[in-house]
Design a protein around this ligand. Structure first.
Ligand SMILES: NC(=O)c1ccc[n+]([C@@H]2O[C@H](COP(=O)([O-])OP(=O)(O)OC[C@H]3O[C@@H](n4cnc5c(N)ncnc54)[C@H](O)[C@@H]3O)[C@@H](O)[C@H]2O)c1
Length: 250
């Protein structure tokens, strides 16, 4: 494994499980010291154990500004600065549009979009004040590109996140802070998802399988590393071709 992030200070939200855990492990394997941040302390501790000495755990609720500010302060206290933030924490809850309550809408938007906004802003403020630039990586979704049944809130949150990525990239370029997103397609993060995606997904999935969290983490690591030094404002999909597929037969 290359060491593209040797000695750098990184934080990953939602790192107690799934894609966030894979990203934290990957950044650490590339030499970063990683703050494993999550609302689930037990899961975060497990991720940190998997990484070893270069990881530390931080409790965070990304719906709360004060909690996010404390997380950024913790990264700086432990590692002297903050070079990389991966804002990954999110929920994929579904509800039919006609039944969707304000509480449901606000919960999904509050975590997936407002949470990412606050993580991005608190991180960027730290990166600007310390100097030397930085990288911010969001975790979007194919659901941000097109509509989906039951996904009015989730899709809107991820579409908003991709536009936030663009606006932040423009405003932060003068500070040498790059802002990008990785867009996972259907990714196997739990045993109960089955061996292959459901037929509705397979119908437009050229690679005909789930993604592995490590395949998403590889793209996040690229976007966090100097190797992507001229890339900013983009969402890079790791989705087996799901978002480019049109007619699959004929
Ligand atoms: N798994 C997929 O197929 C898929 C596809 C596209 C996008 N994504 C996106 O990837 C990201 C990670 O998804 P996942 O499948 O690994 O999810 P997951 O549920 O396995 O992990 C999400 C993590 O976020 C944490 N979290 C939840 N609320 C939090 C809060 N308020 N503060 C801090 N942490 C909180 C959870 O404790 C958990 O550890 C999400 O943003 C999701 O939208 C996932």
């Amino acid at each position: 494994m290359s060491k593209r992030l040797e000695g750098q200070s990184a934080l990953v939200t939602g790192a107690a499980a799934g894609i966030g855990r894979a990203i934290a492990v990957r950044l650490a394997s590339e030499g970063a010291r990683v703050l494993v941040a999550d609302i689930n302390g037990e899961g975060a501790a497990e991720t940190a154990r998997e990484i070893g000495a270069s990881a530390s755990v931080c409790h965070v609720d990304v719906t709360q500004r004060s909690s996010i500010a404390a997380m950024v302060a913790e990264a700086v206290a432990r590692h002297g600065r903050l070079d990389v933030t991966v804002s990954n924490a999110g929920i994929m809850d579904r509800m039919p549009f006609l039944e969707m309550t304000d509480d449901f809408w606000n919960k999904v938007i509050g975590l997936n979009l407002s949470g990412a906004f606050m993580c991005g802003q608190e991180s960027a403020r730290q990166m600007v004040s310390q100097g030397g630039g930085g990288r911010i990586v969001f975790v979007a979704s194919n659901s941000g590109l097109f509509g989906g049944r039951g996904r009015a809130a989730y899709g809107a949150s991820k579409a908003g996140l991709m536009n936030l990525t663009q606006s932040m990239a423009i405003e932060l370029a003068e500070h040498n802070i790059r802002v990008n997103a990785v867009g996972p397609g259907p990714t196997k993060t739990r045993d109960d998802q089955g061996e292959v995606p459901p037929p509705s997904v397979m119908a437009r999935m050229p690679m005909a399988r789930f993604g592995d969290p490590q395949e998403v983490a590889a793209v996040a690591a690229f976007l966090a590393a100097e190797e992507s030094s001229f890339v900013t404002g983009h969402t890079y999909f790791a989705d087996g071709g799901y978002t480019v597929a049109g007619m699959m037969e004929g």
